[in-house]
Write a protein that binds this ligand. Structure first.
Ligand SMILES: [Fe+2]
Length: 333
């Protein structure tokens, strides 16, 4: 079974859209019990590339997977949600190399699916495959015509914040030119955004800072200065990432640390997207939704996904043997 060059047919799209009804039912029930519910979605790790002509030697996986097909079905599913999200975080590795044609592929799919949610882009390691020229990136994004995206000043380190009502979303860039640590400039930006914030804060970045239990934990983003800033603020509700192509959820000192699945292919997990449900300054629930499609898992190979969803249960990180005391603290009993 190969998914390469397999544009979804009408029946594939119908199945994907129908698979959202169980989630819609649960969300309606959940929102009915809350006072001021809000939802933020995450969809990331698209690894979009042009099908033909591809601009560099194609990765082995991408000879099997049509990443555009996976994203198209994901967007169709999100379009079918009956609860309007505040925004959809585009969780990095949006493109495979940040080539113009790959960004234009994103625009093509947005147009094709009539996707009109507010999107918040962040950069993953694949956006940093090559050093990027600020003027060229600015031009590409201008040609894409998504005027709501925060303008790129330095494509080699793209970080910013946006506010939606009571919530501030801080978008970080886990560029690894400095090991798996952020630059001094980005760390002082984070400190300024967090200290004395009147808003509740959600942090979004591509690389994970807590284990997901696959090989990508080798490149976990470990920045003690960042951890200390997060830990010092009651306003930070959670830190969310992608990169792992596998979901995970931890609880640590009343904050949550989650990784969402990938859209293009899994690594020991299904492909999917997810959401964070908020109410009155708290995270209430986090869900992930498998894309209803044929998908590829780098560990298990091809599989047919039914498109189900689940609420994630968090594990207590302070009790985990995975906690590295150089970066985190154990609970004082
Ligand atoms: Fe990725």
């Amino acid at each position: 079974m190969h998914l390469y060059k397999k544009e979804p047919e009408r029946r594939d799209i119908e199945l994907a859209r129908n698979s959202v009804s169980a989630l819609n039912f649960e969300l309606k029930k959940e929102f009915g019990n809350l006072k001021d519910p809000k939802m933020i979605l995450w969809a990331g790790d698209f690894h979009l590339h042009q099908i033909e002509p591809y601009q560099k030697e194609i990765d082995r996986k991408y000879e099997k997977i049509d990443c555009s097909r996976q994203l198209e079905l994901c967007l169709e599913e999100i379009n079918t949600l009956q609860v309007e999200p505040l925004a959809v975080i585009l969780g990095g590795d949006i493109t495979d190399n940040s080539f113009r044609g790959e960004w234009m592929e994103f625009r093509r799919l947005i147009e094709k699916t009539g996707f009109n949610k507010i999107t918040i882009p962040l950069f993953g390691n694949h956006e940093h495959t090559y050093s990027m020229d600020a003027k060229e990136m600015d031009l590409i994004w201008r040609d894409m015509g998504i005027s709501s995206w925060t303008r790129i000043e330095d494509p080699n380190e793209y970080f910013y914040s946006v506010v939606f009502g009571d919530y501030k979303l801080i978008i970080l860039d886990t560029v690894s030119s400095n090991g798996n640590m952020m630059s001094d400039a980005q760390r002082s930006f984070l400190r300024d955004e967090v200290i004395d914030s009147s808003h509740n804060i959600l942090i979004f970045q591509h690389k994970h800072i807590m284990p997901a239990l696959n090989w990508l934990d080798e490149g976990i983003f470990r920045d003690k200065g960042m951890v200390d800033i997060i830990d010092s603020s009651e306003k930070v509700l959670g830190v969310f990432s992608g990169h792992t192509h596998k979901s995970s959820l931890w609880n640590y000192r009343d904050k949550v640390y989650g990784s969402f699945p990938a859209v293009c292919y899994g690594i020991g997990d299904k492909t999917g997207w997810g959401g964070i449900i908020l109410d009155q300054e708290k995270i209430v629930k986090i869900f992930i939704k498998d894309i209803c499609t044929e998908s590829y898992d780098d560990c298990a190979g091809f599989r047919l996904q039914q498109g189900s969803f689940k609420f994630l249960e968090s594990e207590d990180f302070e009790k985990s043997p995975l906690l590295n005391p150089e970066f985190w603290c154990r609970k004082a009993e």
